[in-house]
Design a protein around this ligand. Structure first.
Ligand SMILES: [Zn+2]
Length: 157
């Protein structure tokens, strides 16, 4: 994923336009074609063709006039997927030792049942190691013992 900016290159703009190619068509495929935001005299598809026609003549590493980029962003929004992998979700609420989430760890399931809440909520409110070592993560009791019962330092994580 990436964002088009006013200093993007022709190659980036190409990827951007290709990503947004489908958004030029009516959602249901039968309604009237959507109009261009930048130039309401054109359909979105025609606007797309104008943009792409200008950019295809440039080398990928060539800069583009920022006004052209600004118009493309107005037309399609700045977001596009350039094929790079999504940022990995690092803040999963899992045990640092076994990697399991609270609802797969027996002790939290049991406590949650007793207190009429969810295992996740138990970890949030009762698990002292939560956020203590890694943001959003914790040690379940058996992993905590296996890890040598590390001490949560105030102000860490
Ligand atoms: Zn564990």
């Amino acid at each position: 994923m990436a964002n088009l900016t006013e200093s993007s290159t022709a190659g980036e703009a190409k990827n951007f336009l290709l990503f947004h190619m489908d958004s030029t068509e009516a959602n249901d495929g039968v309604s009237e074609e959507p109009r261009s935001t930048v130039n309401p005299g054109l359909t979105k598809e025609q606007a797309w063709n104008v943009f792409f026609g200008a950019i295809i003549q440039k080398e990928d590493n060539e800069p583009i006039h920022y006004l052209a980029l600004r118009n493309m962003i107005r037309e399609f929004g700045s977001y596009y997927d350039d094929g790079s992998p999504e940022e990995e979700i690092t803040n999963q609420m899992t045990c640092i030792g076994c990697g399991l989430p609270p609802d797969q760890i027996e002790e939290y399931i049991e406590m949650a049942r007793e207190e009429g809440t969810t295992p996740k909520q138990i970890v949030l409110t009762e698990e002292g190691t939560y956020n203590g070592f890694e943001p959003g993560r914790f040690y379940c009791t058996s992993c905590y013992i296996k890890a040598g019962m590390p001490i949560v330092e105030e102000g860490s994580a």
